[in-house]
Design a protein. Sequence first.
Length: 333
Amino acid sequence: MEFRHLGRSGLKISEISYGNWLTHGSQVEEDAARACVHAALDEGITTFDTADVYAGTRAEEVLGRALKGQRREGLEIFTKVYWPTGPGQNDRGLSRKHIFESIHGSLRRLQTDYVDLYQAHRFDYSTPLEETLRAFDDLVRQGKVLYVGVSEWRANEIARALKIADEMGFDRIVSNQPQYSMLWRVIEGEVVPLCEKEGIGQIVWSPIAQGVLTGKYLPGQPPPQGSRATDDKGGADFVKRFLNDDVLTRVQQLKPIAADLGLTMAQLAVAWVLQNPNVSSAIVGASRPEQVRDNAKAAGVKLDADVLKRIDDVLGPVVERDPAKTVSPKTRP
């Protein structure tokens, strides 16, 4: 496993992170989830990403139990706050009240005294940004949070937060967690240039485009049973944007490129996002330990300029680049 700094911070994290969105506490039984976490540890992965909302808070509980007994100082545990975790009006968003209540719930479920990174899971238009950043800063001062980050924020939102933090003496954001893959490059135009300038690293999710970049979805054929596209617990909503014959035909044309490099399609996809120097880590999820082991082999892989051009030539017009595709709800969900 290779390691990179999280942005310009002193924290080093594994190039491959293990994430448990849509798996732990939902799609995957706990024994299988524990086996995946232990496979990640065996592969040298030290960075684990979750969120309070995943599987209705159950994902944090499963991860906490799976990591129990591990040396805490050797791990980087990340979680998030924003989406609803209860029925009340204040069980959501980035108010001071919800942030404080959410972190205490997360720490209890994760069985830890602190998290290495606490992330605003979306931008909250219903809360003054100063209130959110002060609450985050207070948690840093209390030692419950070591670093703060965001997820799926636009460049102008990140810039506003940095300006307020500098003016008020708060800890600055060190990371952003966006969707990023060969097919979904919406951060490249605005977010990445700002983050490179400001020392913010990307912890990217869905580098395999919800499994589409493995090549298992074939043009003109129904999705395989048991795949993300047939999941009735939320997974299908994210993958369907890629399930058209033009995208799927072009993805099939990536197979010779992966074969020439001695990589699986998944390894090629994960390695591709890691070629971006602003990416600190790529999050992979898994329902089976062998998936973790396969994805972990993308760490340290270097793709030369000719390979990157071949990929661009194949995917061409199906790549999504519009920065406006990064969206937070206008009102709290």
